[in-house]
Design a protein around this ligand. Structure first.
Ligand code: PMP
Length: 318
């Protein structure tokens, strides 16, 4: 049923730029990239066309925020990286402490105070066949750059999103907790959003339950209670999701995990998304149904404001 959603979430092709685009006006050879033990200018940071990370999307990664020079939830991100690697039987060729050093070194080399880190471990160079055991040395690189957020007005007015027709790959086929370099399922769902002039899409699992968005976790508010799909819905266990649940407890806002359907979201008082890049952002409409008042609701605002207060004051690195 259409409830006449306002159109403030729609985007022109120009404003549809990925949030990961380098936001700095800098010589094109920056930032310096940490790759296999060296910091090199961007144009020299290359990997082999025989790397299975490229040939098959065989690798894992993390996207991490830097706030005021502090690496937000670095330990949690690195734990997830190791869990992802273990799940695909990829040996990370560094200890956690070494990866921390690599991240800090890359941030320092590029003087990033507020920005974004992308840490990637690929299967490495192998033969043209799938066999990962033919790739003796994993590849590692780390990027630290500026990050462009969604347009500011979207944080105030909320974001329009759609429900993708394409479901998430079932967990028996590919465990969604693995943050792998293979994002085609999500990219194809994202293209559905882009075709609709929007930036994000909800993905359902094979049972028709709400799982998450293409690059964000999803939450709703019903009668003052914050709800989000559980791990069993088939989601990436987002670091921001975990932090937001922590913030709800601090704010004394009841929160819990619950199986959700699109009808629940449509009937919600508020819906919002969380992610490293998106942080906390309200949803104003899903498909053509307006959510709540069609703008950021009061609980989303309290959570978003506390989130910003905490990360700008003293972003936790654990
Ligand atoms: N789900 C998916 C599919 C994602 O790619 C992301 C972004 N990493 C998230 C959820 C949000 O996770 P996080 O808060 O750890 O960035």
């Amino acid at each position: 049923m259409s409830r006449g959603a306002p159109h403030h979430g729609g985007t022109s092709p120009e404003s549809r730029e990925a949030p990961f685009a380098s936001a700095r006006e800098e010589p094109s050879d920056r930032p310096l990239i940490w790759i296999d033990g060296e910091l090199v200018p961007k144009s020299q940071a290359r990997i082999s066309v025989y790397d299975h990370g490229l040939l098959y999307g065989d690798g894992v990664f993390e996207g991490i925020r830097v706030y005021g020079g502090r690496v937000f939830k670095m330990r949690t991100h690195l734990e997830r990286l190791f869990a992802s690697a273990e799940a695909i039987r990829l040996r990370v060729p560094h200890a956690v402490e070494e990866l921390e050093r690599i991240i800090r070194e890359t941030i320092a080399a590029n003087e990033v105070r507020d920005g974004y880190v992308r840490l990637v471990v690929t299967r490495g160079v192998g033969t043209l066949g799938l066999d990962p055991t033919k790739c003796p040395t994993p590849g590692v690189f780390c990027i630290a750059d500026a990050i462009r957020l969604y347009p500011e007005e979207m944080y105030r007015d909320g974001m329009r999103i759609i429900v993708a027709r394409r479901p998430r790959i079932p967990a028996q086929c590919l465990d969604p907790r693995i943050k792998s370099c293979n994002y085609l399922n999500n990219i194809l769902a994202k293209l559905e959003a882009i075709d609709a002039g929007l930036l994000e899409a909800i993905m359902l699992n094979e049972r028709g339950e709400v799982a998450e968005c293409t690059g964000d976790n999803i939450f709703m508010v019903r009668k003052g209670e914050v709800l989000t799909p559980p791990e069993e819905a088939g989601i990436l266990m987002g670091v921001t999701r975990g932090f937001v649940l922590e913030l709800c407890r601090r704010l004394d806002i009841p929160c819990r995990e619950e199986r959700l359907f699109v009808g629940d979201l449509h009937a919600a008082d508020e819906v919002f998304l969380t992610g490293t890049a998106a942080e906390v952002i309200a949803v104003s409409a899903i498909d053509d149904a307006r959510i709540g008042e069609g703008k950021e609701g009061p609980i989303t605002r309290r959570i978003r404001e506390l989130f910003h207060e905490v990360v700008t004051r003293d972003a936790p690195e654990d």
